[in-house]
Ligand binder design. Structure first.
Ligand SMILES: NC(=O)c1ccc[n+]([C@@H]2O[C@H](COP(=O)([O-])OP(=O)(O)OC[C@H]3O[C@@H](n4cnc5c(N)ncnc54)[C@H](OP(=O)(O)O)[C@@H]3O)[C@@H](O)[C@H]2O)c1
Length: 321
């Protein structure tokens, strides 16, 4: 664990705004034979992270959150979990707070709950989980109580109805749990363009505190429906699948960054994509998922400095079309 401890102090110092040597010297180097980054050595993280307010309360949320689908779905072995401990340490050390999970992401809630307890960081986090794939109040309640046990907590910050399943019943349950102090906010989620019309209708009907939806330079449907509606109704917006499950980054891997990337302080395609997403004023937080601390640090850097102007956003869309 010596390496992990060393990493924590590095991340913490960096979050405090102290410029450190780039992490290229640490053990999270890409494996030999992996594609070399096109740019020079990456810049260190220099915080603080930008924040955005939740319309319902004014609470400030750091704009870079993290997802757990896929990335946190590992077993109990130390080899699988240690890199995720570093992912969490890096996130918290940089001032990150919002983590999205779900009871139906196989082991993700268990892994997250254990790592949060080990690192003793629960009070620094905003945990968002879901009522997922359940029908009826009793099934939803049993699933939520199990989520609390798995996450090793007595409440969460946000409880979302996953993918519009049994929405009326499950959002009523989420509101009941909000009344009891078991969650501070309620939300609705979807993850595809073809779910956005129904999501918009349910936003109008149920007026949740939060909505979660997909958005990226190649999936821009939310600009037409979800973003303006969220602003009209005062709903916070969480963005999933900004990297299209990683495909967008793979597609751009060997291409040089545009010359204007340095103007916005970006030294990777991942940062440009996240800055693109955050350039939408309706967006509150984006939740890229990663299993690697060096990618976490890369993603966190997108939440500092300048965002993209309209011309830069158009150029990024054209580069990725
Ligand atoms: N309906 C819903 O409510 C719903 C649906 C989908 C997703 N979600 C939520 O949204 C989160 C994000 O979506 P997602 O996981 O589907 O996809 P994503 O964030 O678009 O992409 C994740 C992929 O990007 C890679 N990656 C992350 N950071 C990188 C970096 N800096 N450089 C290179 N590669 C990087 C990861 O690989 P490495 O591990 O190698 O970094 C992973 O394969 C999920 O985890 C989940 O919490 C919710």
């Amino acid at each position: 664990m010596a390496n992990r401890r060393e990493f924590i102090s590095t991340a913490t110092l960096t979050a405090a705004g102290i410029a450190l040597a780039p992490l290229v010297a640490c053990s999270q180097e890409p494996a030999a034979g992996a594609a070399a980054p096109a740019a020079a050595a990456p810049k260190p993280f220099k915080g603080p992270l930008l924040t955005r307010a939740v319309p319902a309360t004014g609470e400030k949320i750091p704009v870079i959150g993290m997802g757990t689908s896929g990335s946190f779905e590992v077993g109990t072995d130390a080899a699988g979990r240690a890199p995720l401990g570093e992912v969490l340490d890096t996130f918290v050390g940089a001032g990150g707070s919002l983590i999205d999970t779900a009871p139906t992401y196989s082991t993700a809630e268990d892994v997250l709950g254990d790592l949060i307890a080990d690192a003793k960081v629960r009070q620094k986090l905003f945990i968002a989980t879901k009522l997922s794939g359940v029908s009826g109040r009793e099934e939803g309640l049993a699933q939520f109580n199990d989520s609390l046990r798995r996450l090793k907590t007595d409440k969460v910050e946000l409880l979302q109805v996953h993918n519009l399943r049994d929405t009326a019943v499950q959002i009523a349950l989420a509101r009941e749990l909000k009344q009891q102090g078991k969650t501070r906010y309620v939300g609705l989620t979807h993850y595809r363009e073809d779910g956005q019309a129904q999501l918009a209708a349910e936003m109008r009907q149920h007026k949740p505190d939060w909505v979660q939806i997909n958005y990226s330079p190649v999936s821009r449907g939310a600009e037409k429906t979800i973003f303006p509606l969220a602003q009209e109704l005062g709903i916070a917006v969480m963005i999933n699948r900004a990297f299209e499950d990683g495909r967008l980054i793979s597609q751009m891997r060997d291409k040089p960054l545009p010359p204007w990337a340095a103007e916005v302080g970006a030294d990777s395609w991942a940062q440009l994509i996240l800055k693109y997403v955050l350039s939408q004023p309706a967006v509150t937080v984006v939740i890229p998922a990663t299993s690697k601390a060096r990618h976490q640090l890369d993603n966190l850097k997108a939440g500092t400095g300048q965002l993209l102007d309209a011309k830069q956003r158009d150029a990024l869309v054209a580069a990725m079309a």
